[in-house]
Structure formats: structure tokens, C-alpha cells
Design a protein around this ligand. Structure first.
Ligand SMILES: [Zn+2]
Length: 164
């Protein structure tokens, strides 16, 4: 069964609006799709949640992304956006290039690797953003529903929809 990825979709829309407002060009079609291959990968490697195919705009996600602490969910999605925007996929340094892109272009996110306690288990060195960054996103943008769509809107009226 396809998982509903509502929390992840909302996080992605908030991140996209934040980047757009910061003057960073974000492909508008970037979207999230639950993918059972990601569930299988995540079962083997618990810190592996998503992948994007080279040149693609779909972030394939494991259902587990919905239930991790939001500091991880936002960081994982910011990382995937980083791959897409910086076009870092196949080179040996793709992961480092992606993280460097975030540190240089989105320093306000507080993106870093931390040990996080999750479900009573300490996960070592997993990517996180700061809770303050998430609070700011939620305060700055409005999230509302209309005709079964979750819409995210900023004060200037740009909207971005998510099918609920
Ligand atoms: Zn990566």
C-alpha cells in the first residue's frame, strides 16, 4: 500500500518556499513519492530514507521519513533538494558537494550531523536542521487546506499545493 507522506510533503513545500524567498532557483516540479524500494533500503540501512535519480525531480521516499523527528525529516529533504539544485549526483564527491552547497547557501538551516535519540535508540551522526529553523518556516508560511489539497502560502501569496 502507498503510504501517505503528508508531513514530508508539507516539509518539502516549506523548504521550497524558503529557498525561493532566499532567491535560490528551485525546480518547481520537485515532489515526493513513496517508494517501496526505499522502504526495503531503509530496513537494511536505517539512515537511508530517500533517493533522487540523476536529473530527476522526484524524491523517492521511505515511509519511515514520516515518523522520524522533524529535525531529521527537514534535513533529509533539504539534502535531497541540495542534490537536485546543485546537480550533484554521480561524481565521487556528490555527497560532500551536496552538504557543502547547503552550508554555503542555506546556513540559517543549522544543517549538521548530530547524534539523535529516536525511539529509545541513539542514532549517531545523522543529518539534522535546527528546531529554530523549522519554527521560523512554520511561523512565516501559512498552511491550509482547500479542496482536498494542502496549500502552503507565504505572505506575498505564492502558493504551492500538495495533494492530501
Ligand atoms: Zn545524498
Amino acid at each position: 500500500m502507498k503510504a501517505r507522506m503528508i508531513a514530508s510533503c508539507v516539509a518539502l513545500q516549506l523548504l521550497k518556499l524558503h529557498l525561493l524567498d532566499a532567491g535560490i532557483r528551485v525546480p518547481l516540479n520537485v515532489r515526493i513519492k513513496h517508494d517501496r524500494n526505499c522502504d526495503r533500503l531503509n530496513a537494511k540501512k536505517p539512515r537511508q530514507f530517500c533517493f533522487v535519480k540523476q536529473g530527476g525531480q522526484t524524491i523517492h521516499c521511505a515511509a519511515a521519513l514520516e515518523v522520524v523527528p522533524e529535525v531529521i525529516r527537514y534535513a533529509v529533504l533539504l539534502h535531497e533538494l541540495g542534490h537536485i539544485i546543485s546537480n550533484s549526483f554521480t561524481q565521487v564527491t556528490a555527497e560532500i558537494d551536496t552538504d557543502s552547497w547547503i552550508l554555503k547557501n542555506v546556513p540559517e538551516s543549522g544543517y549538521s550531523y548530530q547524534d539523535v535519540l529516536f525511539d529509545g535508540v541513539e542514532v549517531n551522526s545523522i543529518q539534522t536542521v535546527s528546531p529554530k529553523f523549522i519554527m521560523k518556516l512554520i511561523e512565516r508560511y501559512e498552511i491550509f487546506t482547500e479542496n482536498d489539497q494542502i496549500l502552503v502560502c507565504n505572505r506575498r501569496g505564492k502558493t504551492d499545493g500538495v495533494k492530501a
